[in-house]
Design a protein around this ligand. Structure first.
Ligand code: CDT
Length: 331
């Protein structure tokens, strides 16, 4: 019997710094209403979907940034999203900045800040939570940059790993679902950890500037979108899963985010792509039977993986120099 789920990437246009959560939430509720009319069963919203991408703004006192964080999910302000889920019978994925009162690795309970996403069921239950692992950018104000990227200042590295949950969604009894957030998509390790848990659907949100402020050399404009799509398409193909990748797009606080949200199948093909820099819904019917070919042939992990040869992947962070060849050392 075929297992088909209708999904949407609900791209958001810009959210300006001056705009409140109520504006973003209203826009998202409207997208859920439109999704429902199109028969969508699961909607994927972007990273930090409730506010502007605030890591571009520096505050000496980090506590001043707390206004961009959610101490509770749901809250009074985000409750309309949960109500819409119940009303329309659709699940949703939401990225937001999370404040948690939680023990750290030393056992000290303190205020902790994460770049987080949740997967919410059509009944309004939180099925899965993920906290972003790969935090790009820098922690201190960088005077040479026109626009800051202070994720390392405002967030701690996620401490939940890359979890996958099997849960009902839409008309399906169970789908293996996992999440990553923005920069994570560029790291094959993140995809493989999800793949090793038989993930069938990866949801991810992103806020990616059109201009790379970190470029040490020239980076052609079009390569920004190319590298994003390349990473997602490769990740989906190499782990025989679907991916829904949703952007925040357009000019936000004067900074351009490139959009180009996509839905990708397990062959790595783009099956839907956003074409605006605005709130935009792209949809696709995902047939999870299409995951079988990859995972039973070329990417049958149990038959072909060689973890004994991958030891460096988990024991080493930076690259080391290789030995230098010489006639005497040649074998
Ligand atoms: N939000 C996020 O992770 N954005 C990064 C931008 C990198 S430039 C510092 C990304 O990988 O898309």
């Amino acid at each position: 019997m075929s297992r088909i789920l209708t999904v949407a990437a609900a791209q958001l246009g810009p959210i300006q710094n001056a705009e409140g959560r109520d504006v973003a939430v209203q826009r998202m509720v409207r997208l859920m209403e439109r999704a429902h009319k199109r028969g969508v069963e699961l909607v994927v919203f972007p990273e930090l979907a409730l506010t502007t991408f605030f890591p571009r703004h520096y505050h000496d006192d980090i506590a001043v940034a707390d206004r961009w964080f959610e101490p509770a999910m749901p809250s009074n302000e985000t409750a309309p999203l949960f109500e819409a889920a119940r009303k329309y019978g659709i699940g949703f994925h939401l990225g937001y900045a999370e404040i948690a009162q939680e023990a750290d690795e030393t056992g000290l309970v303190r205020k902790r800040r994460f770049n987080t996403s949740v997967l919410v069921s059509p009944e309004g239950d939180i099925l899965l939570k993920y906290r972003k692992v790969h935090l790009p950018g820098h922690a201190a104000f960088a005077p040479q940059r026109v626009v800051q990227h202070l994720e390392k200042r405002y967030f701690e590295v996620g401490n939940l790993g890359f979890p996958v949950i099997r849960a009902p969604m839409g008309g399906l009894e169970g789908i293996n679902m996992g999440m990553m957030i923005c920069n994570d998509r560029r790291w094959p390790e993140a995809w493989r950890v999800l793949g090793l848990q038989s993930v069938e659907l990866v949801m991810l949100g992103y806020n990616t500037p059109s201009i790379n402020q970190e470029a040490g050399g020239f980076e052609a404009h079009h390569l920004r979108v190319f590298h994003s799509h390349l990473s997602i398409q490769a990740g989906a193909y190499q782990n025989a899963c679907f991916a829904v990748a949703t952007a925040k797009a357009g000019i936000e606080d004067g900074c351009e985010l490139f959009g180009h949200s996509i839905i990708v199948n397990p062959q790595g093909e783009i099956v839907a792509m956003a074409s605006t820099w605005d709130d935009e819904l792209i949809t696709a019917d995902l047939d999870f039977g299409l995951c079988t070919l990859g995972r039973t042939t070329i990417f049958a992990f149990d038959q072909h993986r060689r973890p004994e040869a991958y030891e460096r992947i988990t024991s080493q962070v930076g690259a080391v120099d290789p030995p230098v060849w010489s006639k005497n050392s040649a074998k």
